[in-house]
Design a protein around this ligand. Structure first.
Ligand code: DGT
Ligand code: CA
Ligand code: CA
Length: 569
């Protein structure tokens, strides 16, 4: 059982207990445990195997450690099954409706036997909800206006899909006569790999003008809600966006509050309380007096913290660093000097060698590697030893004529299901740059996946492991592995690790990349471009690296060519 599944079980337990009106401390204990588990780099399964004491983990006591053991050993949790038999699953959907919450969801279930959104809608339309004690006409109306939206709630969208839409809307709102500042907030500003919805903040003395402009923007399909200073709209592609118009003196406070994350903000509020202050979306207050609010910087400063970049606001150690003024200087796109993973028409790319080299040059790269597929990837017309050697000859011929960029003859070599490499050592030895990857058999058991990765890591010609877990965001989880053991081995054998910048991969993820940095492993951010335009995804890899707390010095392809080539095997 994976950590994510264990964490999800605890979240579900907390939700169900909440509907039952259980002790809030118990509920919070489960939620905290879930968060702790989600941020672990080691798998609980392997920790149990090696008899690690789980109660040493933050927020995990004897009882929770026992439940983790039960989940890992039996695949289920008795307590969870018991609660599930008492609360129908649809009640949880109802609980998550805006303005409902656990208490009302429980009442609807007990009094009217409403067990799902369709029944709730019917009851609201028949006017039955407003007759219930604790519910009024207003609640009923709010349920009706939210229910369709909740029923068709979209899954999360890639950051990269949202980015052009956000930029266009921010530009349009910035041009209005009444607006001063316009900025995205929420998970988008934190540059999470996916976003649930979008959040935009605006300062303006004419909220009507701003909301009218958004409502009539060509990317907006429907206005879902409109208030005096708040509007929620649905964009094309089903993405939803919250707009808030805030006064200038509160802009920093609103940015801080609505950027989140929720976990980060909980710590911020506690720090304020410790200083007898109150922090909310309008400002930082001492009694009724505002002492900060116009900028984020002054709010962080008033709480004895350096300003924390949004990418790090997840309560994963950023406060300790900000207190000591030791936050890393995060990598930027401008720091990138090379791109070391890409394909050409020799396999499944759409551009020629020459087109790819020129495109890399146009993007300011000083060095690059062409890394077409090895033969196992038949779908992509993968290369055997003979075709690969011909391909390298062609690359050298073209590269010779183009000045100002160093071109490495590389290969993306499959690590086969039987834990051998797809090309013999004497071929890999001739390569300037070898990326080893898992493409097939990702569902093999953990021991076999481990063996495969270790074969690659121990091979003297392998420079780097590409998209190490093989996950595809929202589609399939990565292969099962003990990532910290893999990283340790990579550090020992001086093998680098990739952050694949493709928006659907972003693999290593930010936690793994942070762990790799801790071990001193040089990380390479690569585009895996299959076309010239494919090179533009570099920015998403850089964002992922920022969320991992990486600086330019942690990323190998930020080095100059002279420095970088010393890392080659
Ligand atoms: P998402 O949309 O699921 O990708 O994630 P976020 O982080 O954008 O979450 P969202 O849109 O619900 O809210 C945006 C930010 O506003 C969130 O990161 C923190 C803040 N926020 C929203 N609701 C609450 C709340 O009830 N309490 C606190 N403390 N903060 C909230
Ligand atoms: Ca959001
Ligand atoms: Ca939102």
């Amino acid at each position: 059982m994976k950590n994510e599944q264990i964490a999800a079980s605890f979240d579900e337990l907390a939700d169900l207990l909440e509907v039952q009106g259980a002790n809030p401390f118990r509920i919070r204990a489960y939620r905290n445990a879930s968060r702790t588990i989600e941020s672990l780099t080691d798998s609980l399964e392997s920790m149990l195997e090696s008899e690690t004491d789980l109660t040493e983990l933050q927020g995990i006591g004897k009882d929770l450690a026992g439940k983790i053991k039960e989940l890992v050993e039996t695949g289920t949790l008795e307590k969870l099954e018991e609660l599930k038999s008492e609360v129908p699953p649809g009640v949880l959907d109802i609980m998550r409706l805006p303005g409902v919450g656990p208490k009302k969801a429980a009442l609807l279930f007990k009094e009217l036997n409403i067990t799902g959104l369709p029944e709730l809608k019917a009851a609201a339309e028949a006017g039955e909800i407003q007759k219930l004690k604790g519910f009024g006409k207003k609640t009923e109306e709010s349920i009706l206006s939210n229910i369709d939206q909740a029923a068709q709630a979209k899954e999360r969208e890639f950051y990269a899909t949202a980015e052009p839409l956000v930029e266009e809307i921010v530009d349009a709102l910035s041009e209005l006569s009444s607006t001063k500042q316009v900025s995205p907030a929420g998970s988008f500003r934190r540059r999470k790999e996916t976003v649930g919805d979008l959040d935009i903040l605006v300062t303006s003395d004419d909220a009507e003008q701003v909301m009218d402009a958004l409502a009539s923007h060509e990317l907006v399909q429907e206005v879902l809600q409109r208030g005096d200073t708040k509007q929620r709209v649905r964009l094309i592609k089903g993405l939803e966006m919250d707009l808030r118009v805030v006064p200038e003196e509160s802009y920093g406070a609103a940015m801080q509050y609505f950027t989140g994350s929720k976990e980060h903000n909980i710590v911020m509020r506690k720090r304020a309380q410790k200083r007898d202050l109150e922090l909310n979306e309008y400002g930082l207050f001492s009694g009724k007096k505002s002492i900060a609010g116009k900028t984020e910087e002054e709010i962080y400063q008033a709480l004895d913290l350096a300003w924390i970049p949004p990418e790090l606001r997840e309560d994963r150690g950023e406060f300790e660093l900000a207190e000591k003024d030791q936050l890393p200087e995060l990598i930027t796109l401008e720091d990138i000097r090379g791109d070391l993973h890409m394909h050409t028409t020799a396999t499944d790319g759409t551009a020629s060698i020459q087109e790819m080299i020129e495109a890399a040059k146009e993007r300011g790269r000083k060095y690059m590697a062409i890394t077409d597929h090895s033969k196992r990837v038949t779908m992509a017309n993968g290369l055997d030893a003979d075709r690969l050697r011909d391909h390298w000859r062609d690359i050298r011929k073209v590269a010779e004529k183009i000045k100002g960029i160093h071109v490495l003859c590389g290969i993306e070599c499959d690590i086969l299901e039987d834990a051998s490499l797809d090309l013999p050592d004497e071929v890999l030895e001739e390569a300037d740059w070898v990326i080893a990857v898992l493409h097939y058999g990702l569902k093999q058991d953990k021991a076999q996946i481990h063996k495969r990765l270790m074969t690659a890591i121990k091979n003297p010609h392998v420079d780097i492991i590409g998209h190490p877990t093989g996950r595809l965001i929202g589609k399939r989880p990565g292969a099962e592995m003990d990532i910290s053991e893999i990283l340790k081995a990579a550090a020992d054998h001086e093998v680098m690790m990739e952050i694949n910048a493709h928006p659907s991969r972003l693999d290593l993820n930010s936690l793994h990349a942070a762990a790799a940095k801790e071990l001193g492993i040089p990380i390479v951010i690569s585009t895996d471009a299959h076309s010239t335009g494919g090179m533009d995804v570099m920015r998403y890899g850089v964002f992922q690296a920022r969320r991992a707390g990486l600086s330019a010095k942690d990323v190998a392809n930020c080095r100059t060519w002279a420095q970088f080539k010393k890392l080659l095997k």
